[in-house]
Design a protein around this ligand. Sequence first.
Ligand code: C5P
Length: 288
Amino acid sequence: MNTDIFETFAYAKINLGIAVKGKRPDGYHELQMVMQTIGLHDTVRLSLLEKDEIRCLCGSLSGPKNLAYQAAKLFKEGLNSRQGIRIEIEKRVPIQAGLGGGSADAAATLGGLNRLFNRPYSQEEILRLANQLGSDVAFCLNGGTQWAEGRGEILLHLPKAPEMPLVVVKPQQGINTGESYRMFDRLGESHPLSLEAWQGALQSGSAAKIASLLSNDLEAGSQAILPVIASLKEELRREGCQGVLMSGSGSAVFGIAPSAKRAQEIAHSLTKKGYSVWATKTISPKYT
Ligand code: C5P
């Protein structure tokens, strides 16, 4: 039996832009998004087991409900495989934050298993499995800077974002994604994103130009559910971040800091106020 352990980082994402274009007959919402990988990550370790079972160890998120478990199940089913799989996840990315931690773990599991099994699936087939698992999983397979449409499954590479220092803050309470979309239906407004404007800003490498385009249609609804989101944005602005936005459906918010040193200082100051805070940066990971 292959006794290798495959270890990989599962990087979180932020949304530099989200526009909700409308509601579809299946109840989901049609989106435009600018998605960006950041340095904050979980660690995923995969290995094979003698017994035909999937063991997913992730603290209080262990077991069949974990999206990484479901990724392994889909992977096995597609191959009619009786191979046992062990998944161990060291969690750092907070949940119910809009940072795509669960999607990143599922994508890392799909990509890692394909390597451990000597690549039985093509890239297109892995992408198809990713789309069955959730809206952000396909993005997480390659990460970097991408434009997404549909539910997030239609992806287009954008010019790589410059390395920007970030402060990510999460209030204690999370946001339920479905609830955020329901609130958008009640009071949200749609502000379409311009692909050309985003391509231009990213190409320029200017954090100020990128900051000027940040927008998230889900923000107003999530702020109505959790007003602390608006206060956190204000705090980040006061601390000198040049662009501040909620990520995904929240509840995490991020700010583009003027320097890595300032990001550390801001993180320190907000940690003292009792929030969960990370000083990190935008990255373009290289998955092999
Ligand atoms: O993608 P995920 O399963 O996390 O979405 C949770 C809920 O958020 C969905 O059941 C749906 O109500 C809502 N949603 C939506 N449109 C999307 C993504 C999510 O309405 N594009």
